[in-house]
Design a protein around this ligand. Sequence first.
Ligand SMILES: NC(=O)C1=CN([C@@H]2O[C@H](COP(=O)(O)OP(=O)(O)OC[C@H]3O[C@@H](n4cnc5c(N)ncnc54)[C@H](O)[C@@H]3O)[C@@H](O)[C@H]2O)C=CC1
Ligand SMILES: O=C(O)C(=O)CO
Length: 333
Amino acid sequence: MKIVRCDRELETPLVDQTLRDWGHELLLLPEDVSEDGLCAAAADCELLLMCYTPVSARVLDAAPRLRGIVKYGVGIDAIDIPAAHARGVAVVNIPGYAEETVAEAAFAMLIALAKKLPALGRVMQSDGWAWPTEQWLASDIAGKTLGIIGCGKIGAALARMAGAGFRARIVGYDPHKSPEEMNSAGIEPYDDLHAMLTECDFVSLHAVLCDTTRGLIGAAELAAMKPTAVLVNTARGALVDEAALLDALRHGQIGGAGLDVFSQEPVDRQTHPLRELYTMDNVMLLPHLAFYTAEAMRRLELETLDRCREIIGGRPVTILSNDPRLRMGAATR
Ligand SMILES: NC(=O)C1=CN([C@@H]2O[C@H](COP(=O)(O)OP(=O)(O)OC[C@H]3O[C@@H](n4cnc5c(N)ncnc54)[C@H](O)[C@@H]3O)[C@@H](O)[C@H]2O)C=CC1
Ligand SMILES: O=C(O)C(=O)CO
């Protein structure tokens, strides 16, 4: 079988070696492959693995033998899922491979910003020392309110860490979770996002990116936040109106931001509209690597191989995600 794996920069040696050991032809493509390039490569391919590369209806039309797409990761926003299902192509992701992993990274950014660690690190490098003046006055996590937007696997893991571990008050907004589910995850449920935002000292985004969540945090939501509040985003860049975020940070409308994800990736710091963020002391930027630990990669590779085995063997693919978009019409060819 011909198999194409996009996004070869994200190395998955176990997956690659195993697929080859099983006797398949494996073609690796770079993350910046063009749509035309992907169409050409996918022409006779039966299984497509991708992490970030967009899979459009046009790509699907160019791949008449395709049986399944394995997103080796969680977010399925780059795949035209209705188009895949309409063509009988199964789509599967790997939910939960990094729930603690990403929650830890989000929490690490939240703590770092509360304690002003990025700015203190920079001042130690440039000036060699800093005195305990107002500028460096940091903040505790204990007793503060953390708002979680999107209370699925990663959001719930963060609630456990910050609530039980750090004695923060945890509030949450997720229109698809019942109050009972939220309460049992230790999260006080809010059905009004703005009302929640006004109470938060920290806000962390963990919602899926879809039509209804694109731009969920815009100028009005940023204006509702406390001027000291810190926003952390490890979910998807496009959940936030990034121009509005830049404006809010410029004008001190919020206290800081920690971003692992951007609407345009990779970020070119010379030309990116958000390049000013690189100069801000109250901002911490990461290159979309919140998931990238040895443990998470091991889980990701093993689960990916399980899903590949099902598609190659013509068996129904196991959908572990609760995302309704994957749960509908997921029959393999
Ligand atoms: N930065 C990184 O390295 C990684 C980022 N991610 C991102 O994190 C996201 C969350 O991952 P999981 O927690 O595993 O997914 P999940 O599917 O368990 O949780 C997502 C939650 O978003 C909620 N949601 C849907 N619409 C919403 C809305 N309008 N407002 C608020 N919440 C809404 C859903 O009900 C669900 O509970 C992924 O979709 C992905 O984009 C995931 C893995 C790694
Ligand atoms: O798993 C995901 O969705 C990620 O963002 C990391 O690849």
